[in-house]
Each structure stands twice: as C-alpha cells, then as structure tokens.
Design a protein around this ligand. Structure first.
Ligand code: HEC
Ligand code: HEC
Length: 409
C-alpha cells in the first residue's frame, strides 16, 4: 500500500513541475561556473559513522591532542563577550557568538532571529546596501546611531539562529557529491529538483557549493565566521574588511587596519572560531530503528531531507565519515521563501533545513514561525506540497511514528 501511494506521489510530483523561477537577481557576486571537486585524500578504508556527541556541545571523538587543544582554544573565542574589546561595533547584533548559538548547549541554535530587508520593484530585488541592507544591525555601541528598517524597504524577514553541531563534517562533504545528488534528484524527482548554490569564497576566491545558512550562502566555515564577526559583531577582519554604518553603506577598511589582524603566527580570531566549529560533534542521536523511518522515505521527505553524505578531509577525525544531516543542502521552493535574494539564491527558495538535532530546537523554520515539528511540516507547500499532503493524510499512528523518528535524528 505504501509503495502504491509512493508511485502515485511520484507521478503527481512529476506533473507539478519544478517551479524554480525566482525574483531576478541583482547579486553582484558569483556567476555559476563548472563544478570542481574540492575533495581531498579519500581514505580507502570503509566509511565510519561519525560518532555523535554523547552530550551536545562535545568535540568530535577521536581527536588528536593538538586538535583537541584547537577546539578548546576556539571555544574561548566563541564564548568571549567582546563588548569591551577594541574594534567591537559600532553597530552589532550580538556581543559574542554564544549569545545566539547556545541551545541546547554552546554551539547550538536559538530562537534569536536577525532581520533582513530589501526592496523588490517589478520582480527585481535590491538589497539596499547603501541604506545598510540586507542585514539589519539592531544595536550600536553608543546606543544612539541605531539602524532601522528604512522606509524604502518592502521586504522584511526574520532569520532564526541555526545550530553548528557537526558543521565541520558538513563542510567536508565534497562539492561533487552534492552536485551529483542534485542531478540524481532532478532525474528521479523533477518536481522536487533543487538548486546548487555556487558561491565565491572570500578566503580562497574559488567557487564552492554553498551549504551553510538558510540560503546555503556560504561554503566554508572560515567564510561564515568572518562574515558573522564583521556583520553580527562589528569586528572587521581580513576577509570582511568592512565596518557597517547605521543605515549607510559599509566602509571598507585598509587591510592593515582591520580589528582582527593575524598574530605573529599568522593566526586570527576567525581561524580560532573556525577550528572550534569544525571540530564540534554532531548532536547526540537516539539510535533505534523506528517505523517512522519507512514513512519518512515513503511520503517523499527524504527526497530533499537526504539522510546522509560521506565526508572527505585531510583531518582524520573529519575524513570518510557518514554525516546524517538529513539535508541535500540545495535550495528549494517550499512556499516559505523569505523574499531576499542572496548571492545566486532566489527570493522564493531556502536551503533544505537539516533535521539533525531538530528535536532540541524550540522554534522551527527560517523565521521561527513554527513551534512544533508538526507545524513546520504542515507549513510546507510549493515543491513539497504532495509530500505535505501525504503527511496530513497519514493515520494518527503513522504520523506519530514519523514525528518520533524525527525526534531521534
Ligand atoms: C545576533 C545573533 C548571532 C550572533 C551574535 C552570531 N550568529 Fe551565527 N547565526 C545567526 C543566525 C540568525 C544564523 C542564520 C543566518 C542566515 O542564514 O541568514 C546564523 C548562522 C551561522 C552559521 C551557519 C550554520 C549553518 O549550518 O547554517 C555559522 C557557521 C555561524 N552562524 C557562526 C557564527 C559565529 C562564528 C559567530 C561569532 C563570530 C556567530 N555566528 C554569531 C545568529 C547569530
Ligand atoms: C521539496 C523539498 C522538501 C520536501 C519534500 C520536504 N521538505 Fe522539509 N524543508 C524543506 C525546506 C526548504 C525547509 C526550510 C523551510 C523554511 O525554513 O522556511 C524545510 C524545513 C523542514 C523542517 C523544519 C526544520 C527547522 O530546523 O526549522 C522540518 C521539521 C521538515 N522540513 C520536515 C519535513 C518532513 C517530515 C517532510 C515530509 C513530509 C519534508 N520536510 C519534506 C524542504 C523539503
């Protein structure tokens, strides 16, 4: 019966079409180029499942002493309140990384949201960067020159803080594996075909498959750390040599004047933050085969919430591991688009949210609009309409089994 249902669903989805058209982009960065595989040193040994943390917030298991030292050093930076440090601000959203990334443990997510705004005229999105967009900085060090959403903005959205557990393993998924999955998805489920978000890395200038953030807007943790340091905390650094002005264009800082210069060993705070996030273990899982898993596959959730990828990295603890993130890291239109064009990501699309650890998050969806997993699923539309409808039509018992399964991820 499940199989019949699935076959029917596939037909319905194939007829539904891709629906990938978004607002036309005004993005100045990156044009998509041919995919390159950044994979390195794939070990010949069989894949080992990455050991999840026994407690949320733990480092990966099996770290060398030197890697463990890097984790602990970076954690100090991650948890330091930088308010009184030189260079902090003038505008900011938080005084430390942990202020937002803390649930259910250091390195996690939280219901804390940031605001993005922009202006869409005749389908063309303008990030209003000359007015301080698209990211709003809510606070300022002197409390007076506070940024506000300018009157020109006709698009405003909230974005919830995402957890960082297992981020290093996500970073270590080869680009080629995500693009290969995208091709397979488009061939087998054309109605759910997702978009690979190619991004240009500020650190190495190369094109990579984006995977971090609600729009898969960054590919590398170093780039996200540098972005967050500059844009959430006002600490300019070699990758983001900018200082945001309230409702004005960001000022470019000379390379030797940035707030986070390298020390004598060439190490910056953004490198320490990156080490910490890279070595953070995936969240603890309840390992038990649940009947809900079959339903998850059967009603098409796994088409986008792809159960796992295998990593490749020069760091042994990150190499050849299975990371069960339950995401394809592709952009999809599930009817919840936030209206913001970011890089090559269209206004109506978001990254498939990883379901790993989702049971620990108090609020769900990009705008924190869902309080329960059930509500988050029911909010799906667009490319996920058939899957959502199948969920709604499940028997109470099957639905509960599915929800129980999701809680164990
Ligand atoms: C004011 C709250 C806030 C602060 C402070 C903050 N973040 Fe975040 N973080 C967020 C939000 C919100 C997102 C989702 C943003 C998006 O995708 O637009 C996020 C996403 C991320 C991600 C992407 C994770 C993923 O899988 O998508 C990384 C990495 C990250 N933050 C690192 C940091 C680091 C490092 C710091 C400190 C330098 C920091 N953040 C400070 C709110 C915050
Ligand atoms: C076409 C791709 C697609 C399909 C099919 C799909 N999802 Fe999603 N899912 C997404 C995207 C994209 C988001 C992010 C939406 C947002 O935040 O607005 C998401 C978000 C979620 C979330 C919220 C996670 C969080 O951290 O906020 C849950 C829970 C979820 N999906 C479960 C499911 C289940 C269960 C199914 C099957 C009934 C399913 N999804 C089918 C793409 C999909």
């Amino acid at each position: 019966m499940k199989l019949q249902k699935l076959a029917g669903l596939m037909v319905a989805l194939a007829l539904a079409g891709c629906g990938g058209e978004g607002g036309s982009t005004t993005a100045s960065d990156t044009s998509s180029t041919t995919q390159t595989n950044t994979a390195v040193a794939v070990a010949a040994t069989p894949t080992a499942t990455a050991s999840p943390a026994s407690v949320a917030g733990d480092p990966l298991t099996g770290l060398s002493d030197s890697d463990l030292a890097l984790f602990n050093e970076g954690k100090v930076n991650f948890t330091t309140n930088e308010q009184d440090e030189p260079g902090f601000g003038p505008t900011f959203n938080g005084k430390s990384c942990v202020e937002c990334h803390n649930g259910p443990a250091i390195g996690g997510g939280s219901p804390i949201s940031v605001t993005r705004f922009g202006q869409t005229v005749h389908g063309v999105f303008d990030a209003l960067s000359s007015k301080g967009g698209s990211l709003l900085q809510t606070f300022s060090i002197n409390g007076t020159a506070v940024e506000v959403v300018p009157p020109e903005a006709n698009v405003t959205t909230r974005r919830r803080t995402t957890p960082l557990f297992g981020a290093g393993l996500i970073e270590a998924i080869p680009d080629a594996d995500i693009t290969a999955f995208a091709q397979q998805q488009a061939a087998q489920n054309p109605g759910q075909a997702g978009l690979v978000h190619m991004v240009t890395s500020p650190s190495d200038g190369a094109q990579h498959v984006g995977r971090f953030g609600w729009k898969s807007q960054q590919a590398l943790l170093l780039d996200f750390a540098a972005d967050a340091y500059a844009n959430e905390m006002g600490i300019s650094n070699p990758l983001f040599p900018i200082e945001n002005q309230p409702n004005g264009p960001a000022i470019t800082i000379a390379a030797d004047q940035v707030d986070d210069p390298p020390n004598a060993q060439g190490v910056r705070d953004i490198d320490r933050l990156t080490n910490y996030m890279r070595l953070l273990a995936p969240p603890p899982t309840v390992v038990a085969v649940q009947p809900g898993q079959t339903t998850f596959q059967g009603i098409g959730c796994a088409v986008c919430h792809h159960p796992s990828f295998t990593t490749a990295s020069l760091t042994p603890a990150l190499n050849n591991k299975t990371i069960a993130a339950y995401s394809d890291f592709l952009l999809h239109d599930v009817g919840t688009g936030d209206g913001i064009v970011q890089g090559q990501a269209p206004a109506n699309m978001l990254r498939t949210a990883p379901l790993m650890g989702v049971g620990t998050q108090a609020q769900l969806l990009h705008d924190a609009s869902a309080r329960t997993v059930d509500a988050a699923i029911r909010a799906h539309g667009g490319q996920a309409t058939a899957s959502r409808d199948a969920y709604v039509q499940l028997s109470t018992q099957d639905r509960q089994n599915l929800l129980n399964f999701i809680q164990t991820l």
